[in-house]
Design a protein around this ligand. Sequence first.
Ligand code: ATP
Ligand code: MN
Length: 477
Amino acid sequence: MEATLSLYELFKQKPIGSRLRVYGWVRNYRSNRFIALSDGSCQAQLQLVIDPETLDPETLKAITVGAALRATGDLVASQGKGQDVEIQVTELTVLGTSPSDEYPLQPKKHSMEFLREKAHLRMRTQTFGAVFRLRHHLSFAVHQFFHQRRFFYLHTPIITASDAEGAGELFNVTTLPHQQAPTDDQGKVDYRQDFFGRPTHLTVSGQLEAELGALGLSKVYTFGPTFRAENSNTPRHLAEFWMIEPEIAFADLQDDMDLAESFLQYLIQYALEHCADDLAFLDKRLAEEEKQLPKEKRQPMGLLERLRFVSQNNFRRVSYTEAVDILRQSKPNKKKKFQFPIDEWGVDLQSEHEKYLVKHFEAPVILFDYPARIKAFYMRLNEDENTVRAMDILFPGIGEIVGGSQREERLDVLRNKMEAIGIPEDDLWWYLETRKFGTCVHSGFGLGFERLVQFVTGMANIRDVIPFPRTPGNAEF
Ligand code: ATP
Ligand code: MN
């Protein structure tokens, strides 16, 4: 019997002259003779050439866009343009028909908004095939990078009682009834009667637990789902996203920045090496999209050019103080073009400012030493007692892609800070004990995986780089 090959294997081996069996879905069908077949295993489509005389009319009629097929035939060098091999079909079976007047994915351009509503089918398109193959390769590269450097993959809890960011964007987890939840003497919900005996929620970050891991295993990382109930509809926020959080003992902020920079460059380089076809397709796609935009909105580099640039050039490291000076003196600030004008030191930077800085330096930027006031309690206080050893990495077109810091390792300083902002010691007694017993300098960061996939694929909206996006009002599929 003939061998069955995925299209990926077929194009890799190109066993011209062999009889083969293939499976896939019809992308296009023309002249009653040429079928463009795709099975999602690679970007390329396979041309099947059929002889209408040899197929029964029922089968012929059932070959429509979207139908699932099995085909057997001989692989030959192609006469036509656009492909170097094709299959001369000797046997063809329609495994699943696709009523052509109803199939939503016709061979024409569909908008991303339309395809989001067809998320159950959009993985059959070339664009989403490319995006999700890349997403896979990037996840694999994440594990490879850390594994090679002897970081251990630590699975931190998804249900948790601690709120690392103190951001209050929590999805509560409870088994108490919605109506008539038990109450205590003060009339408040009595969580002692809840499943865990206390209020719990879905994790917003695995960092605090990853720190516990690093303070025993030296180098760990997490890579898991993360949940934030942020009610903001932006092209870079999801309610459910995946975050990678390495944490390293005996490492300061410099080491942390070095790690983050080489990690990002490794991932991009990996994609360039392993996903060349998909990136070439996405590069062309983005170039066409950009043509529709007014000149000032276009990105200065194409996708591939940008990926090469970022993977080969050092990131610019700039302190928050320097950045605020640059922003204060900037044209858009003076001309009141920023929605949030920058007038004094200490303000939080908005996405418009991050984008300005990336443009200004024409490179990814690492901002460090932020005002303590606008950053989380666990970041290490500098000697000036005003700034903390925090760093954010800003990427072209994306803005913040990484947020990290050196962690406060001094028990008394940490206690004072928690007290000042009202975090009860009882909530984090275990975290404090790591500072009491064998504390050490340590650091880590969080990379939003979807923001990375956005950068590498050039997709404008974060909803288009996760198979089934969760955003306010959306939990279909
Ligand atoms: P932003 O200011 O963009 O909301 P953040 O400061 O809240 O980010 P961190 O708490 O530092 O982000 O989280 C680390 C990383 O996780 C961010 O750099 C970003 O890449 C990613 N991230 C944060 N929130 C989201 C979200 N809602 N959806 C997707 N990725 C996110
Ligand atoms: Mn946020």
